[in-house]
Design a protein around this ligand. Sequence first.
Ligand SMILES: Cc1cc2nc3c(=O)[nH]c(=O)nc-3n(C[C@H](O)[C@H](O)[C@H](O)COP(=O)(O)OP(=O)(O)OC[C@H]3O[C@@H](n4cnc5c(N)ncnc54)[C@H](O)[C@@H]3O)c2cc1C
Length: 811
Amino acid sequence: MKTHAKVVVIGGGVVGCSVLYHLTRFGWSDVVLLERSELTSGSTWHAAGGMHTINGDPNVAKLQKYTVDLYREIEAYSGQDIGLHMTGGVMLAATKERHDWLKSIMAKGRYLGLDALLITPTEAADLFPLMDPDQFVGALYDEVEGHLDPYGTTHAYAKSARKNGAQIELRCMVEALEMRTDGTWKVTTNKGDVIAEHVVNAAGLWAREVGRMVGLELPVLAMEHMYLLTEDMPEVAAFNAERGREMLHAVDFDGELYLRQERGGMLMGTYEKACKPWSPEVTPWDFGRDLLPPDLDRIAPSLEVGFRHFPAFEHAGIKTVINGPFTFAPDGNPLVGPIRGLPGFWSACGVMAGFSQGGGVGLALANWMIDGDPGLDVFAMDVSRFGDYATMAYTNAKVQENYARRFSIRFPNEELPAGRPLRTTPIYDILRGKGAQFGAAHGLEVPLWFAPDGVTDAFSWRRSTDFEHVGAEAKAVRGGVGVIEISGFAKYAVTGPGAAAWLDRLLAGHIPAPGRMAIAPMLKDDGHVIGDFTLANLGPGGDGHAGFFIAGSGIAEDYHMRWFDRHLTGGVSVRAHGAGLVGLGIAGPRARDVLGEVTPAGFDVADFAFMDIRRVTLGMAPCTVGRVSFTGDLGYEIWMAPEYQRHVYHAIHAAGAAHGIRDFGLRALNALRLEKNFGGWGREYRPIYSPYEAGLGRFVALGKDADFIGKAAAARMKADGGKMRLRSFTVDATDADVIGDEPIWQGDDVIGWVTSGGYAHASGVSVAMGYVPRAIAETDDGWEIEIMGSRCPARLQRRPLFDPDGTRMRA
Ligand SMILES: Cc1cc2nc3c(=O)[nH]c(=O)nc-3n(C[C@H](O)[C@H](O)[C@H](O)COP(=O)(O)OP(=O)(O)OC[C@H]3O[C@@H](n4cnc5c(N)ncnc54)[C@H](O)[C@@H]3O)c2cc1C
């Protein structure tokens, strides 16, 4: 066995073998995979082997498409038969809501080049005669769907990797991991030690145990999962004989079932509501190529629906029931990427759909390890999307919710309840008492809107019960003043003698003068946007609050901290405040009057210019107040230690009562920022866009002395112009607004995609933001945006709907 290697991959399941293959494919051949038993000895060997491209997240769908497209290639390259059956598949909707969901999935797929087709139940029954068409309202047909042999596929990756120079060591158990002082890793195994520059945790069912070897508690839980195999069915034989091909794959969302042909019979699997975690705390090392006892009672309700929807099953004999465990992260997506604080340690686990996603995971991780960047937008899979709040107990609650809802619809306005409330701010109960409806962001409860007594969110694809109330909140801000909890932002303190110079190199914008703030994009080496922040220079105050303050996206707190850490130099300290610093925002034309009444005499609010930031006492509480607002209105963001938040909130309300102050939530904030064409992280701003495409170019200071990260690439992108442009549109929508990821049409072509949008209540129009090709980005006519299967006329909104000159914000 090798004693030194550039990379040690732990785990010979489909994911580890894919990672190993991709590393060698991109030129790293000094790599070794260590497998404690034989290849496929975790979840992989008993998988049903189904794979498909369609996914609710277009970025994940892209990686799934890559995975499926890769199969023929690795089969040919390795010479290993992977048992590929590309049958095509139908997704079946038994309700109108599910049919709407299928329409949205089809629309999202358009600009990815996915050729899924909406068909009627009768058309679906012609393709898949086992179904009773009367039980369904519609279906989506996709020809890129099928199944393969899990063993053959894993071995195809492994053989391809070996052919490229990789080594695979079987019956080699990793027992301990230790980071050495020179930054390399000592990997202790039953066959001796290996010293490696990089270690990849692809240990599947044992990913938690391998994580614990380096002090990590990964948010992963294994769930039991069952599928049954029937005896040969005459209906299957008749179909095969008549059509000369196999049965299609089918997913029945309302029955929580998936089906496919297996030899002369059928395979039927369930994501049952009465789901069961397996080994929730520790995965036993003596588990291997084992199965769990079947429990048909647990899946009986799904089977009952199955017999109704697919009558032929009622007479089919059950040959075998397979029950095996496989792992999930709290949101069902993989956990991929580098681990903050552990240089050279990488995660490739929590992959619940290894045969749809394994190739994409291998591709992204290999890019990341070799080039320092995944090369794709993989935030949905990034291990950093979870923070410390994702404890084992939280993970347990969330994974069960996710499993039981795997085939359930998640409406765009639906907040899932498991594991909540977990992180709350001091005014949580006060806001709740006022009817606040909360969502969770990075585990923190954030108010979305305020419901009058007796009104709750009715989950829907269309405008719903919140519409008029969110509208009233938005209008109250534009017409007077509103207050919003903004603790959900990420907040960072950057201190130390080298702070200014470090930020000058890290961020693409100018460093503001003491007491001032600036919009600060952060770029990657390739010039794409990896963060968008408000940077404040708190000055050298000497009061313990000196230094710099950064506010950014809350969901990206760990993602950005990992980036900060990676680039940290001596003499600088970066700290995430988390909920140790909380915030309130006030906005609207009367905001200044209200603030003036809660500040002590002598503080001249009128003297407080746009983008100023100061230490101010509000009521009796010490706060930091910045004059900036995402509403685009006159506004202030107020930051304080948690113990003062109730006091400040009450003081603002007491002063604001005479001005008609109203609480507002994030949905109203969204409606307000859309009127200003303001983008947000994770939607308009992502690591696949250049600042010039994203409309952030004016904040990139190419002329500043500092050689900031991405400067040379940004200069090239500016000269070149890039391919796409972020644009805002008003849309002739009727009863549903865009959610995100809808296609943008120009004439008969899908040429772009929506990033976000909604109803801009104060302006009374529906708005969509999205990316379109630069060459036609100034075109006024011919735009359409597809909402729920209907192409709605749209107009380019060149200037913001509200206060296009920004006078109100700066007044
Ligand atoms: C019943 C069932 C049906 C499924 N059907 C499908 C399907 O149709 N389509 C689909 O895409 N997915 C399906 N899955 C899920 C799929 O099996 C997983 O997504 C996939 O197998 C995960 O692969 P992995 O490589 O991450 O983990 P694993 O397969 O668990 O592999 C991990 C490997 O790491 C090794 N290992 C662990 N610790 C160590 C150590 N310390 N030292 C050395 N080696 C170690 C283990 O021995 C094991 O071989 C199904 C799962 C089940 C249970």
